[in-house]
Design a protein around this ligand. Structure first.
Ligand SMILES: NC(=O)C1=CN([C@@H]2O[C@H](COP(=O)(O)OP(=O)(O)OC[C@H]3O[C@@H](n4cnc5c(N)ncnc54)[C@H](OP(=O)(O)O)[C@@H]3O)[C@@H](O)[C@H]2O)[C@@H](O)CC1
Ligand SMILES: [K+]
Length: 454
């Protein structure tokens, strides 16, 4: 894990701690504005620039950036929505010796820098702000957002009105949830983080990074690398995908509890019996892909729950789980939004809050899938996946994810780390597989993704 993610309140607390330790807010703003100017210079090569400044410290960053860019010889215009309302922003405004025009009168420029609102946005933009922002964004060749595009909810990734698309978003100090949560994340373009000297010790949320996974050593054997048992059901293809994914994600031994055909020769196949799951060498059981929802499926799920081994519960298993929460065995649940709603009902709050509440209720790790997958642990830790290719929206990719997580669990990772690692492998395999991928391609590319984690 790396790259902490902070809510607006956590960011303010981190900032307050740095200020209490002797760094002034003006110094932080000077760093933030300098980082914006540097990013603009590198990104747009000194082309004529219009900077939009709001009334808070986001606007203050904009005034600092204006001064810095002009000092480099860039043609800079500044437009303001309202006069600065904080001391630091007033000081930054006073240090800018160029003109400031009202937002509605601003002429478009090739580079637009949006420093209207950042983490202090409290409500949707009214039309007097949204309309000129839209016009000026449309008239620019490149758009850079300071901390966040104005109009997105920092904590929940909501888009509070018509927010233009940006090419680059410079997150100040730390990532915020909106940088990764949809729909806001889709508007940000490339996201970069500027270090402004505000550490975030004890952050509970992180962007999921490439995991460091051990290579097999001379003392390893197939069982020490991890044995995964996959419980099949009515649709054998789904279980085959999960089993193949567990193999290619690095499990040493994969057992598919089904005598049928298909899959690699290295896949061990046995006729289903609940006793198969009592093998003490099993490090993880994957149940749900293609399971079905009839009495037989229920019996298989019960056998998996009774085995006391770490579990990955996906797809149909989630539909049968409602009366079985909280779980006793260590487990990762991998619902998409529909499965989540059926299992946990209508929950209020952001995707992060819902996943967290569900993990607490389930006594298990919940990986809420989507274009912005969120992993929540019962102890409140959160991992959010970096953006993954939209081509993953394809049949069977969830089965592959379940198998990859199974391999991570069987390899010895605790459930939260296993879910995050499996998710990273899945996204990386998708990037490698490329456009129009099918789930089978993901299985193939998991091996290279796994190899990148040494
Ligand atoms: N954290 C750090 O370490 C550092 C943070 N820094 C920077 O500070 C930023 C946060 O600054 P901030 O708290 O002053 O909030 P900001 O986003 O500028 O807006 C607040 C103002 O907007 C107003 N307002 C809100 N919504 C509105 C709406 N819809 N329409 C109209 N008005 C609206 C609101 O007024 P009110 O809600 O009271 O009416 C208030 O006046 C952060 O994103 C980063 O860029 C760096 O400078 C240094 C280090
Ligand atoms: K902004």
């Amino acid at each position: 894990m790396s790259d902490p993610i902070l809510t607006a309140a956590e960011m303010r607390a981190a900032e307050a701690a740095v200020i209490a330790a002797g760094t002034s807010v003006d110094t932080l703003m000077a760093r933030a504005g300098a980082a914006v100017a540097e990013a603009a210079w590198r990104f747009a090569g000194g082309c004529p620039t219009l900077i939009l400044c709001g009334p808070g410290n986001n606007g203050g960053d904009g005034y600092v950036a204006a001064r810095r860019l002009r000092a480099r010889g860039v043609s800079v215009h500044v437009a303001a929505w309202a006069p600065p309302r904080t001391d630091a922003a007033r000081a930054a405004r006073a240090a800018w010796d160029g003109p400031v025009v009202p937002l509605e009168d601003a002429p478009a420029a090739p580079l637009l820098i949006d420093a209207l609102f950042g983490t202090g946005l409290t409500r949707p933009l009214d039309d007097a702000i949204a309309a000129p922002l839209d016009r000026l964004a449309a008239g620019a060749a490149l758009r850079l957002a300071v901390d966040l595009p104005s109009g997105v909810g920092s904590d929940d990734g909501a888009v509070l009105g018509p927010v233009p698309r940006f090419d680059l978003t410079l997150a100040l100090g730390s990532l915020k949830p909106a940088h990764l949560l949809q729909p806001a994340a889709a508007l940000m373009g490339r996201v970069a983080v500027a270090d402004i000297g505000v550490p975030a010790p004890g952050a509970t949320m992180h962007r999921i990074a490439r995991p460091l996974l051990p290579e097999p050593g001379p003392a390893d054997h197939k069982y020490s690398r991890g044995m995964v048992a996959v419980v099949p059901g009515a649709m054998p293809g789904a279980a085959l995908l999960a089993a193949g994914a567990a193999q290619r994600a690095g499990a040493g031994y994969v057992l598919l509890a089904d005598e049928g055909a298909g899959g690699a020769d290295a896949l061990v196949r046995r006729r289903w019996s609940p006793d198969l799951l009592t093998d003490a060498r099993i490090g993880a059981i994957v149940v749900g892909p293609g399971l079905g929802r009839d009495d037989d499926a229920r019996a298989r799920l019960e056998a998996a729950l009774a085995a006391g081994r770490p579990l990955v519960l996906d797809a149909d298993a989630l539909a049968l789980l409602r009366d079985r929460l909280p779980l006793e065995a260590p487990a990762v649940l991998t619902p998409h939004e529909g499965e989540f709603a059926r299992l946990f009902g209508d929950m209020p709050g952001s995707k992060i809050e819902r996943a967290r509440a569900a993990a607490r209720r389930a006594g298990a790790v919940v990986l809420l899938k989507g274009a912005d997958s969120v992993v929540a642990a019962p102890d409140s830790r959160i991992g959010i996946a970096p953006p993954a290719p939209g081509w993953l929206a394809s049949a069977g990719t969830g089965d592959v994810l379940a198998g990859a997580i199974g391999a991570m669990l069987a390899g010895g990772l605790p459930p939260f780390e296993a879910a995050c690692a499996g998710l990273w492998l899945h996204g990386d395999a998708a990037r490698r597989a490329g456009p129009a991928l099918i789930a089978d391609d993901l299985v193939t590319h998991l091996a290279a993704a796994r190899g990148a984690c040494a």
